[in-house]
Design a protein around this ligand. Structure first.
Ligand SMILES: O=C(O)CCC(=O)C(=O)O
Ligand SMILES: [Fe+2]
Length: 312
């Protein structure tokens, strides 16, 4: 059949009606998941797979998703589970289904042991605006930039969009941004000169990486463009290296796409290829009741068998 298809560039997956209906039915039958160490238990993966395999067009849909997530220019996808969220709510039944779908991409795991598998990212008016739960612009970054083995995928499930209609997600093809840089900047970005953040209570992400190079020279599916715009203001960064990283930040913005996640949308980002962030939430959050403010749930994925020369 169509094995030579280019990766789709639409990046949104609307489920066929018959699959949606089957998943709504299955949502009530999936058992709670178990975690083994820091990963979704193998028994749960098998159990969920056996259940979803019977759903019409599930395999085809997963194949489409995998094509969107891998290979150039792919690297992110939004699976629209809006009707399922409408039917089931966004509680346990919905999270089990989302977990089952993601387990077909890679293994859900829990790098922050102190938080549950799905970590709530709510809206906190007291948080620094640019941080996860803040209300401001969250500039381009990859998650867990300062570890030797960052999660291969980061995923964000929208439980509640900003009622003020803002907070769009921003995405950019980091590899394409790098390709538009001058050779001088690219060379500077290979230097082990960048640092960001702390390393605390993390599991299965390797060691703290400090300082790190932005470009590691590894093939795209193994290495990373280790970037967070937040490191630009880190102390100790010399002017030449800061300038190269700023140029990269500029190219990421120049190539960005943006869209606003709706309730039930599941964004999956391949961290080897794309960076992500968020536009500011709507002004006037203090007039929105706390339980109505934007709420995302975050889950990380680890590629199966991802233990190569660039992992440690
Ligand atoms: O709020 C968002 O949409 C993105 C949050 C994020 O990227 C993060 O917490 O790492
Ligand atoms: Fe993030």
């Amino acid at each position: 059949m169509t094995t030579l298809l280019e990766p789709p560039t639409g990046m949104f997956i609307d489920l066929p009606n018959e699959l949606e209906e089957a998943l709504i039915g299955l949502g009530s039958t999936l058992p709670p998941w178990s975690v083994e160490g820091t990963s979704l238990a193998y028994a749960t993966i098998e159990r969920y797979r056996a259940a979803l395999d019977s759903a019409p067009l599930f395999e085809e849909t997963v194949n489409t998703l995998l094509r969107m997530l891998g290979g150039e220019p792919g690297g992110y996808a939004v699976v629209r589970l809006r009707n399922i969220a409408q039917a089931l709510g966004v509680g346990d039944r919905f999270l089990r289904l989302a977990t089952a779908i993601l387990a077909e991409v890679a293994t859900p795991f829990q790098p922050f042991r102190r938080w549950p598998l799905w970590k709530e990212l709510g809206t906190n008016l007291q948080a620094s605006p640019g941080l996860s739960t803040g209300t401001g612009y969250n500039a381009f970054h990859m998650d867990l930039v300062n570890v030797t083995r960052p999660p291969d995928y980061t995923t964000l499930l929208c439980a509640r969009p900003d009622p003020l209609g803002a907070g769009a997600s921003i995405l950019s093809d980091a590899r394409a941004a790098v390709s538009r840089l001058t050779p001088t900047s690219r060379a500077l970005l290979t230097d082990v000169a960048y640092s960001y953040g702390s390393f605390f209570d993390l599991s299965d992400v390797g060691e703290e990486y400090k300082p790190f190079p932005v470009l590691d020279g590894a093939p795209a599916d193994l290495g990373f463009v280790r970037f967070t715009a937040k490191m630009l203001s880190a102390s100790g960064l010399d002017e030449a290296h800061a300038h190269a990283a700023e140029e990269l930040a500029g190219q990421m913005v120049a190539g960005q796409v943006s869209f606003t996640l709706q309730r039930g949308d599941l964004l999956i980002v391949n961290q080897h290829r794309w960076v992500h962030g968020r536009e500011p939430l709507g002004a006037g959050q203090c007039d929105v009741a706390p339980e109505e403010r934007r709420l995302l749930l975050q889950l990380f994925l680890r590629d199966r068998g991802a233990v190569g020369p660039y992992a440690s």
